[in-house]
Design a protein around this ligand. Structure first.
Ligand SMILES: [Zn+2]
Length: 364
């Protein structure tokens, strides 16, 4: 990756004084345009950034998020330079600049369809001509507390710069959580820094395959039948007390447990990401559990019902977008997984260290 550093002042000088600049505001939720009605707005997603402790002895932290470029009108923007500065107590810790071909994998053009959990399209007054993926890390000792992002773009022949400062937090979990099944398992996908889920609420999600007492995936000789998996039908329990705010129970399991067949996705998820049968529980303190891919016909709870910690929700299955029967768990900041932030989480009944891909756990 070609990298060089360029001071903010130097960047402005290169671009000239007529460049419209969106100044960052020191507030959550991104920087509001302050100069022009036609200005761009940089919106981070997730909306709050939490440092993720990296496994290993380097004692580093990662910061992974998207910056959505929002505009009141449709526009065609191309990104020419991404500058990222990690800061602590107002001082710069690390600065980087990415240009040219290295930018291509970081630029996404977000879809324009926003749908709620009921499939209804949500009205949005904003256009999002592009999004940029930010991924960086720093030694934990540097205590990064803010990330400055500056995008140098072009709209036709017009240069355009937008910047914002995003605060970085360390999340303090409020709900005491049980892992949603008991027994042995292996984490096959963890958060976005660990090969896992890239969507907003899935930033810290876990996919866990249950294992038998000998830590084997298969209960028997191992065929391709769902029932041969050691975790198939394992009871899935409420991680903590709360109110069920959403429950979907109408989805079939994937008939071939080694294949995520789009023919078995719900119609609102043609691109994948279908959670299948799933339950969302409000625990209070703005913390919500989402538990997904439950077995067809197994749900024992309904929306509106209160549940106790450890109460049976349903059985482990393979409904939705799944390969290998497993449970998907995430802690999130709101009731709708499409629009909530993912939250880091730990469980009181799991003694494993960092919950990263490949970790064996034994939930008591
Ligand atoms: Zn998952």
């Amino acid at each position: 990756m070609r990298q060089r550093t360029l001071s903010r002042r130097a960047a402005l000088q290169l671009l000239g004084a007529s460049v419209p600049v969106v100044r960052g505001a020191f507030a959550f939720g991104g920087a509001r345009a302050t100069e022009a009605d036609d200005a761009l707005h940089l919106q981070p997603t997730p909306t709050r950034l939490y440092a993720t402790a990296d496994p290993g002895r380097e004692r580093s932290e990662s910061f992974v998020f998207h910056v959505l470029v929002e505009s009141a009108r449709p526009r065609e923007l191309s990104l020419e330079e991404l500058q990222v500065e990690l800061g602590s107590r107002g001082a710069r810790v690390i600065a980087s600049s990415i240009v040219g071909a290295a930018l291509a994998p970081l630029v996404l053009r977000p879809g324009t369809t926003n749908r709620g959990m009921d499939g209804a399209v949500l009205a949005s007054p904003l256009h999002r001509p592009l999004a940029v993926r930010i991924r960086c890390s720093a030694p934990a000792a540097s205590a990064v507390d803010a990330i400055d992002v500056r995008l140098t773009m072009r709209e036709g022949n017009a240069p355009m710069v937008a910047s914002a400062r995003f605060p970085v937090e360390r999340y303090v979990q409020r709900t005491r959580l049980l892992f949603p099944f008991t027994g042995a398992g292996i984490i096959t996908n963890a958060g976005v820094t660990n090969g896992g889920h890239g969507n907003r609420s899935g930033q810290f999600a876990l996919d866990v395959v249950g294992l038998n007492a000998a830590y084997a995936v298969y209960a028997g000789a191992g065929t391709t039948a769902s029932a041969d998996y050691a975790d198939w039908g394992r009871p899935i329990i409420a991680p903590a007390a709360g109110e069920v705010v959403f429950a979907r129970a109408d989805r079939p399991d994937q008939p071939d447990p080694e294949k995520s067949d789009p023919a078995f996705y719900a119609s609102e998820y043609p691109q994948g990401g279908d959670p299948g049968n799933h339950v969302i529980i409000a625990h209070g303190d703005d913390e919500f559990s989402m538990i997904a891919h439950l077995q067809a016909g197994s749900l024992r709870v309904r929306a509106g019902e209160r549940v106790a910690a450890g109460q049976l929700l349903g059985l482990l299955g393979s409904s939705g977008d799944t390969v290998t029967p497993h449970v998907h768990y995430q802690l999130q900041s709101g009731p709708d997984w499409r629009f909530a932030d993912g939250l880091p989480c730990v469980f009181t009944n799991v003694s494993a260290g960092p919950l990263v891909r490949g970790t064996f756990l034994d939930a008591k």
